[in-house]
Design a protein around this ligand. Structure first.
Ligand code: C5P
Length: 286
């Protein structure tokens, strides 16, 4: 029996562009992604009898094969031909679920890294990312972490210049998002305005946080139902009103993030938002 503990970090999308529907039903994406310091904690035990068990005390987190960490464990054991081994996965959840900040994908990536270490399977990071791509579109990025330009279905991950030091406030509105529905809406009415990914890359290369903040853009915002769009915009305005350099929705939502160059303003914003929302976090790039 071997046991290992690992942090699983949330992510935000500094830009998110959906380029079009593919033959396999997925969409080609172009996104600049960033890991942030909000994290779940996973304890993984490798056992000598087959089977997977998953425990998570947070309500709403599946404890069966629909959990991406379970799926990651199963996929890994299959790829490594370790079908006689089993896993016990314990997840201490801090990242809100169904929030657009990669909680499930990050748990899956942490599971892959852990088992790779414990089993001595010796997969390279690139191979782990390929295994992760079969688990979920955001998993390859979560295996890599840091700052990256992500393309294809999510499997083409190119590390890029790190986001300059800053404070990142996350706020999850109360409503939930139906991701496939938002993709369908984008198919029906393709985005009028696309992120300027090149400008974002240049801003990162020159370490210019203000330019990064000016170029935050997510095409999913434009296809939110009216009421949800209004709430996202209200949070964005509040963040900018409190001193954020820029603000945007992450992934297919609904979490909104704001970039700050001053910790005191970021904290003040967190306190203000906590009067209305329960899921508000102060984070930093990882
Ligand atoms: O891969 P993942 O399980 O995260 O995808 C969830 C849903 O998001 C898919 O069923 C699909 O509808 C949509 N999706 C997509 N194109 C991508 C990623 C996700 O259409 N590149």
């Amino acid at each position: 029996m071997r046991r290992m503990t690992q942090a699983a970090y949330a992510k935000i999308n500094l830009t998110l562009d959906v380029l079009g529907l593919r033959g396999d039903g997925y969409h080609n994406l172009e996104s600049v992604m960033q890991t942030v310091s909000l994290s779940d904690r996973l304890v993984i035990t490798m056992e000598d009898q087959p089977g997977i068990r998953l425990k998570c005390e947070t309500k709403g987190v599946p404890e069966d094969e629909t959990n991406l960490a379970w799926k990651a464990g199963e996929t890994f054991l299959h790829h490594a031909r370790l079908t006689k081994k089993g896993l016990a996965i314990e997840i201490e959840k801090h990242i809100p679920v169904f929030a657009g900040i990669g909680g499930g994908s990050s748990d899956a990536a942490a599971t892959l890294r852990c088992i790779n270490n414990m089993s001595n399977a010796g997969f390279t990071t690139q191979e782990l990312m390929e295994i992760g791509a079969g688990v979920g579109s955001d998993v390859p990025f979560c295996v890599q972490g840091g700052t990256a330009l992500v393309r294809g279905r999510g499997e083409r991950v190119n590390p890029i210049w790190a986001l300059p030091d800053c404070w990142i406030v996350l706020c999850k509105p109360r409503f939930n998002i139906a991701t496939p529905e938002l993709y369908r809406k984008l198919d029906q009415s393709p985005p009028q305005r696309h992120p300027d990914t090149r400008a974002m890359l240049e801003a990162l290369q020159s370490g210019d946080l203000l330019e990064v903040a000016k170029n935050l853009h997510n095409v999913f915002e434009d296809v939110l139902p009216q009421e949800q769009w209004e709430e996202v915009i209200a949070i964005r305005r509040l963040m900018v009103g409190e001193g954020a350099l820029g603000s945007c929705m992450s992934g297919s939502g609904p979490t909104v993030f704001g970039l700050f160059d001053r910790e005191d303003l970021a904290w003040k914003t967190v306190k203000g938002l906590r009067q209305f929302y329960s899921a508000v976090f102060l984070t930093q790039p990882v």
